[in-house]
Design a protein around this ligand. Structure first.
Ligand code: OOG
Ligand code: MG
Length: 263
């Protein structure tokens, strides 16, 4: 795929992102044989286009790191993308559904590193050593593709459906808790929607950060210190509606975070 085609496809997706409009997945008509490496070329171009117009990256995210998500989306491997500062949803704030297409929410454990991680061969233990804080998070995903129906290459090109993130304000030391057995549940208007535990993400959420470092190493990049990093949904994602109050609740002192959807 030449650079001109990469630019064309990135432009189509960025327009759909900007206009909150769903489109057919790229592999439907536009680029039927799109590969995952080509999906990352499109994502990189899309990220560069956002940066070029003055947007800033809040932090990277991992996706499809849990069996529940892989099964829900009918795909096979973890992927990464980027959250922009424009996607930040303040804890306790209210969003408007008009700013999204068909948003869903998922509970995630966030990490902030005190030292950058450079792959390859980064281990879970090295991630825990390098971690400054962990925090409760809610990701709002909003695939630009009709019905959330996509191949891995499509969803990579669409910056892994990234559209919003609540970065919980309770920052905790990672050694104060067991991220493998930590419990989580997500409620909407007080009713439990999904339940899970830390080990749902690759056996331990720190494995997702190690996987990110090892994937970025292929491009000569590092996982930076000081940025919030999302380790991937711990449960299947849940559709949200007008008037909803969405809250994730963690055990082991990681606490809660929440936001609202306007009526
Ligand atoms: C892709 C994004 C997946 C996660 O945490 O698994 C993701 C999607 O499901 O639309 O962010
Ligand atoms: Mg996610």
């Amino acid at each position: 795929m030449n650079q001109q085609r990469v630019n064309e496809l990135a432009t189509i997706i960025l327009q759909a992102q900007d206009e909150k409009r769903e489109i057919k997945k790229l592999t439907a008509d536009l680029q039927p044989n799109l590969t995952i490496p080509q999906g990352y070329l499109i994502q990189e171009q899309l990220v560069n286009m956002r940066l070029a117009r003055g947007e800033r990256i809040l932090g990277p995210k991992m996706g499809l790191t849990s069996y529940a998500k892989l099964k829900q989306m009918n795909v096979t491997d973890p992927i990464y993308g980027y959250i922009f500062t424009s996607m930040d949803v303040a804890e306790g704030s209210t969003i408007n559904l008009a700013d999204y297409i068909h948003p869903k929410v998922e509970p995630e454990i966030g990490f902030i590193l005190k030292e950058a991680l450079r792959g390859p061969n980064v281990t879970k233990e090295q991630v825990l050593e390098a971690t400054q804080y962990v925090f409760p998070a809610i990701e709002i995903i909003d695939s630009r593709f009709e019905n959330f129906d996509f191949t891995m290459a499509d969803v990579v090109a669409d910056n892994t459906s990234a559209s919003g993130a609540v970065i919980g304000t309770t920052m905790r030391q990672v050694n104060a808790m067991d991220l493998e057995t930590i419990g989580v549940h997500l409620t909407i208007n007080g009713k439990v929607q999904t339940i899970g535990a830390g080990a749902a993400v690759l056996g331990h959420p720190a494995e997702a950060i190690a996987a990110l470092a090892n994937m970025l190493a292929e491009k000569g990049e590092v996982v930076k210190a000081g940025q919030p990093i999302l380790s991937g949904g711990l449960t299947a994602a849940t559709t949200i509606h007008k008037g909803d109050h969405i809250m994730v609740h963690f055990g082991d002192g990681l606490e809660n975070t929440e936001f609202f959807v306007a009526d």
